[in-house]
Design a binder for this molecule. Structure first.
Ligand SMILES: Nc1ncnc2c1ncn2[C@@H]1O[C@H](COP(=O)(O)OP(=O)(O)OP(=O)(O)O)[C@@H](O)[C@H]1O
Length: 468
């Protein structure tokens, strides 16, 4: 904002300077030839008219110019970075043709742009020429001004055209940069904000004491005028239950998790450990629920800072969480690249594998003692060993009252869950114990399992889970 203020102040200063300069020239001419006050006023009016037309036209041409310049630069960038592939596939001809096409478009707009500038220069020069010629005629044949003052007045008049052009150019730049800066700042200022925390929204200190979740007619959409992606979803999960959420792609699984965290627009009631989540401050709600996304984000800093950003726990607790999450099962004591609390994590967790990041996200949930854990299962990029470590940790290390919702992409992960929720087009079509769902004729879960290559294994898992 400060840079913006400085730039606007500098541009304003320049505009004022040029206009004062122009005014001084007119004043100098009028002082020696007062009769020229009317031609000077007419010249200023005519110049202002030309400037008005020029600025209007030039604004859209300049926008078109930058729109046609970007594709040229992008094409060059793509060609340079992909030069090996371009040559390997013998696609030089196609790339050249495309480059010519883009350059042609850019050139035609550039020509229009310089024509617009030429249009203005011609008119301003003509106006200034008439003015200077009129003044010279008057001073030579009518006025009895001394030779030195005549020379001075004529010098002022001949420099007049360049000052007018300069004034228009500076004013135009001022208006364009002002417009751009103000409209982009405006768009940042008008970004919709989430509701602020209020004293009434602070939940009691004991909350949440359990992971009991009651959802009643929950609908969700991504924007005010967008369609309902989740429609009247109602279900109840008692504390400590493990629920798998399945459904075909686009059925609303991720949307449900976002709706529970109030990250999108929702209607209906969600009660978490007895409290309506819409009445609770967002920071309190989101810090009591942990979500482990497919690719967890980590912050740049040490592992310790990532697990405990506010330094609320000692190393023993953090190490315990790492062990429970399964990190130490992945590495041996003598491993040189062993991950410890002092390991530096790159921005986003770029120096760790997706599996390691999921394990750390799980450790974070253990440290925070979240009562509701939402796991968006990683579909790929995670090896069998890491996956089974995570699954074992989830089954053995979480407290008995911790509710686990797993958005599953592989049925194996959730077939031994307490319950399975099947979503279809934003609605719950099945919700119950795996064994019961598999017995339903034409059931959706049953059809998903029957389509799977591991059909028999899945049936065995479901029967085993339900009987336990
Ligand atoms: N940011 C968004 N803006 C608008 N619509 C969205 C957005 N994200 C998802 N949707 C829509 O919401 C619907 C449900 O998407 P969602 O991501 O919840 O499905 P999903 O079941 O998680 O799919 P997948 O298994 O592929 O992850 C889809 O029709 C999708 O087009």
């Amino acid at each position: 904002m400060k840079t913006l203020d400085n730039r606007v102040a500098r541009a304003t200063e320049l505009v004022i300077q040029v206009f004062i300069f122009m005014l001084l020239k007119i004043v100098a001419i009028i002082t020696f030839s007062p009769i020229f006050v009317i031609p000077a006023a007419l010249v200023s009016l005519a110049s202002a008219l030309c400037a008005h037309v020029f600025i209007k036209v030039q604004l859209s041409v300049k926008r078109e110019l930058s729109n046609s310049k970007a594709p040229v630069l992008a094409h060059f960038g793509a060609a340079v970075s992909g030069i090996v592939s371009v040559r390997a596939f013998g696609a030089q001809g196609a790339f050249k043709a495309e480059a010519y096409r883009r350059i042609d478009r850019f050139t035609s707009v550039s020509v229009t742009f310089s024509n617009v500038t030429r249009w203005l220069n011609m008119r301003i020069n003509m106006i200034a020429l008439f003015f200077a010629t009129g003044l010279a005629t008057y001073l030579t044949y009518v006025s009895d001004l001394s030779a030195s003052n005549t020379g001075f007045s004529l010098t002022m008049a001949t420099a007049f055209s360049s000052v007018i052009t300069q004034a228009i150019r500076v004013y135009n730049e001022f208006e364009m940069s002002g417009n751009g800066q103000v409209s982009s700042s405006q768009s940042y200022l008008l970004i919709e904000q989430e509701p602020k925390s209020t004293p009434e929204g602070v939940p009691p200190a004991y909350w949440p004491a359990s992971g009991h979740l009651e959802v009643e007619k929950l609908s969700a959409r991504y924007s005010e005028d967008g369609p309902k992606v989740l429609r009247d979803v109602s279900f109840e999960v008692v504390a400590g239950e493990r629920v798998g959420i399945v459904g075909r792609t686009g059925s609303g699984k991720s949307t449900l998790t976002l709706a529970l965290l109030r990250c999108i627009l929702t209607e209906g009631n969600v009660r978490f450990d007895g409290l309506l989540t819409e009445k609770i401050n967002l920071d309190a709600l989101r810090s009591s629920i942990t979500i482990i996304p497919q690719v967890p984000e980590l912050l740049s800093g040490t592992l310790r800072q990532n697990l405990d950003p506010f330094s609320e726990h000692d190393d023993a607790v953090l190490n315990d969480a790492l062990r429970s999450a399964g990190l130490f099962n992945l590495q041996t004591e003598d491993n040189q690249s062993r991950i410890t609390l002092d390991t530096q994590v790159a921005g986003g967790g770029a120096n760790l594998s997706v599996g390691q990041r999921q394990i750390l996200a799980l450790a974070r949930a253990i440290v925070r003692r979240s009562k509701l854990l939402i796991l968006d299962e990683a579909t790929s990029a995670i090896d069998y060993e890491t996956d089974s470590i995570i699954q074992t940790s989830l089954r053995t290390e979480l407290g008995k009252d911790v509710t686990l919702l797993t958005v599953a992409h592989r049925l194996q992960t959730i077939m031994d869950s307490d319950k399975i929720m099947v979503l279809e087009a934003g609605q719950i079509v099945e919700f119950g114990k795996p064994r019961e769902l598999l017995q339903k004729e034409n059931g959706l879960l049953r059809s998903l399992v029957d389509e799977s290559r591991d059909r028999d294994k899945l049936y065995t898992m479901a029967m085993g889970a339900s009987s336990s």
